[in-house]
Write a new protein. Structure first.
Length: 373
């Protein structure tokens, strides 16, 4: 028996041989499969989709069948839609998305504190009431001839009274809120209280009606000069001229116009003969009228029978604000507020108080425009 021979073949030759063998095997299989598919296709067309007319293309008929079957399958089959993880559903991931609170409180800044800048401040010390002597009439002098008797004269006085009044507020916090909040809540409330005190101060000293203070804009005041109009929208250039020349010019040294922004809006619309606004720099802080600066007072009135809506004068010289006690804040832990014990409920109270006084003072030094009584 002969010994078997060893056939030597390379990797490349083996790959070539395998490819040719597979291709040869597929030839017969592909031809047989194509013939069977063609046969079934022809039988299917003849039995299932007969042509409606001799001229109709069999391929077109088959295409319509495919469209029909697809539409039928599409309408009857339940399609699965994608259900992704999202933050709208807590279980899907919404729990992982936090709501962030910024460490600040957004707010509108109120206009306040005009009274402090406008009126002459007078410390009251230990006194609850201060009486200020004021001029009623002055001395009279006369020219005399030689060896002629001199006429005597005298001055008369009036008084202005400053009576201290208290204004107060109190706010309670839970101790947990003060400990846990990311904003300095106590400081924030302090700021709001300061604004509220300043606004109340302006309301009293500009538009107070006697409870407790009578303000600069008051129908009961008899100014040195008053011009009457039906409404602030009816103020004319002539009215403004009459205001500026209606009292002694020495009274108007350091004077300024005081009015509400609505009244200013009416005056800013007045034009001169050349079509220019009579208010100099109407859109700027340094706006002036007849060279007197204009100060807008949010608390100043705009309507009311006999009510002044515009005042010209030196408020820092003529009117007085008494300072008995500046705004004082006290922290409370043992008090009872509205029947609730701070100590028993672990609460903290912030009490803020202030005492002040006001007198319109020398009203003869003011010239005003008022609404008809």
């Amino acid at each position: 028996m002969e010994e078997p021979k060893v056939l030597s073949i390379t990797t490349e030759e083996m790959e070539t041989f395998a490819v040719k063998a597979i291709d040869k095997a597929k030839e017969g299989f592909d031809e047989s499969l194509d013939e069977k598919l063609d046969e079934k296709f022809e039988t299917f067309k003849e039995s299932m989709v007969p042509a409606k007319k001799e001229t109709e293309d069999p391929n077109e008929v088959f295409g319509k069948l495919i469209q029909y079957q697809w539409a039928k399958q599409k309408n009857s089959t339940l399609l699965k839609t994608l259900d992704p993880q999202d933050e709208a559903t807590a279980a899907d991931g919404g729990t992982l998305v936090p709501t962030i609170t910024r460490a600040e409180i957004v707010r509108l800044i109120e206009v306040f504190g005009d009274a402090r800048r406008s009126f002459r401040q007078m410390p009251m010390g230990k006194a609850n009431v201060i009486t200020l002597p004021g001029k009623l009439t002055g001395a009279t002098v006369t020219r005399v001839s030689e060896n002629t008797a001199i006429t005597d004269t005298k001055v008369t006085l009036t008084t202005y009274t400053l009576t201290a009044q208290k204004v107060a507020a109190i706010v309670a916090f839970s101790s947990e809120l003060l400990e846990d909040n990311i904003v300095d809540m106590a400081s924030y409330v302090n700021e709001l209280l300061a604004e509220a005190f300043g606004t109340e101060e302006d309301d009293q000293m500009f538009a107070g009606t006697g409870s407790p203070h009578t303000g600069l804009f008051n129908a009961s005041s008899t100014y040195g000069n008053t011009i009457s109009v039906a409404a602030h929208a009816d103020i004319t250039y002539k009215n403004l001229v009459d205001v500026t020349v209606g009292i002694k010019q020495s009274y108007l040294r350091g004077a300024s116009w005081k009015m509400n922004r609505a009244v200013y809006g009416s005056i800013a619309k007045i034009l001169d003969s050349n079509g220019n606004p009579i208010v100099v720099n109407p859109g700027e802080v340094r706006r002036t009228l007849f060279e007197y600066p204009i100060q807008l007072i949010e608390s100043a009135p705009t309507v009311g029978a006999g009510m002044p809506v515009l005042v010209l004068g030196n408020t820092n010289q003529n009117s007085f604000m008494g300072i008995k006690r500046e705004m004082t804040a006290t922290v409370l832990t043992e008090a009872t507020i509205d029947g609730v014990s701070l100590a028993a409920n672990d609460l903290v109270g912030l009490r803020v108080t202030k005492r002040d006084a006001f007198s319109v003072g020398q009203v003869l030094g003011y010239s005003a425009i008022s609404i008809n009584a």
